[in-house]
Design a protein around this ligand. Structure first.
Ligand code: SF4
Ligand code: SF4
Length: 303
């Protein structure tokens, strides 16, 4: 006779509502199980939560400080408040400090939370000791993706995706401290000289376009990137036998980007360099690409 393994349940209260979740669930999972939500930025459904951005904070009865919902485990009898004035003030400050230090104009979640919490980043200007982070030109050192680090909110999603949770390349990390902190492949090297294998998995999880496919970057610059006009077509990657599911983003009958659906159990949204970037041959010699689909010419660097 087989016995089913039963995970013990924990009962807590979210905004006055009783909720039961499996032991070791996070507060965020309990909040969502109660049909509510809190804002998140560094959280990504496929990566281990790290509680870096602090926008998901909630009040827990008996706790002196606000508690990050994405990493705190539920305990029996916990009483959680997700939207008190104290919580709102804290979230507003997180957004204001982000907007005061980097360009969040292409970060839809930050912009949405800014509107929701009435962020006014300009109110911090008189207190700025060092001024905003130094401005850097976008780093365009390969044919596949661009690093526009003045948009980086240091959520660490890319570092986690490149490391042991997904890619195991360990090509990038956070270098520097304070306002000088930045995502870097080491010694400010160009990506083709680093351990990067150009899988683009860091790009896939970046919420701000600080890491962005080169096609998207160039089309934005030219004013031709129009997400509203793009169709997403799901297909299977033509390269190897794994058969990863691809989402082709198509604009004007031309593939402009490739992603993978998060809910696919095979890829969980992650791909290799061929699946993510090796699609320009589709347009070779067609009216959509009279140049012959030549770019990107060769895989860069160490491939
Ligand atoms: S493209 Fe892949 S290997 Fe290169 S930095 Fe990003 S996640 Fe790491
Ligand atoms: S580059 Fe993007 S994913 Fe990486 S830390 Fe910055 S904002 Fe987050």
């Amino acid at each position: 006779m087989t016995r089913k393994l039963q995970v013990p349940l924990v009962t807590a209260e979210v905004d006055g509502q009783r909720v039961q979740v499996p032991e070791a669930s996070t507060l965020l999972e309990a909040i969502r199980a109660a049909g509510k939500d809190v804002p998140t930025l560094c959280y990504h459904p496929v990566l281990e939560p790290i509680g870096a951005c602090r926008i998901c904070v909630v009040e827990v009865e008996g706790s002196r400080t606000l508690v990050p919902a994405c990493i705190r485990r539920v305990e029996a009898g916990m009483r959680v408040r997700t939207d008190t004035p104290r919580v709102q003030l804290s979230r507003r400050m997180v957004v204001e400090l982000l907007q005061g230090s980097v360009d969040t104009s292409l970060a839809p979640d930050v912009r949405r939370y800014a509107a929701e919490y009435g962020a006014r980043p300009e109110r911090w200007e008189p207190f700025a000791q060092e001024g905003p982070r130094a401005k850097h030109a976008p780093k365009v050192d390969n044919d596949l993706y661009v690093r526009d680090l003045d948009r980086c909110i240091l959520c660490y999603r890319c570092v986690r995706a490149c490391g042991e949770e997904v890619q195991n390349s360990f090509a990038i990390a956070v270098a520097g401290r304070g306002l000088a902190a930045r995502i870097d492949p080491g010694f400010d090297l160009p990506l083709p000289d680093s351990a990067c294998v150009f899988c683009g998995n860091c790009v896939a999880v970046c919420p701000t376009e600080a890491l962005v496919p080169k096609t998207q970057f160039e089309m934005r610059r030219a004013g031709t990137w129009e997400e509203g006009r793009q169709q997403v077509v799901t297909t299977i990657c033509p390269y190897c036998g794994v058969g990863c599911k691809l989402n082709l983003h198509v604009q004007d009958n031309r593939i402009v980007k490739v992603t993978a659906p998060l809910e696919d159990p095979i890829t969980r949204g992650f791909l290799c360099v061929k699946g993510r970037f090796g699609w320009t041959y589709v347009h070779a010699g067609t009216a959509a690409d009279p140049g012959g689909g030549a770019e990107p010419s060769t895989p860069p660097g160490n491939l």
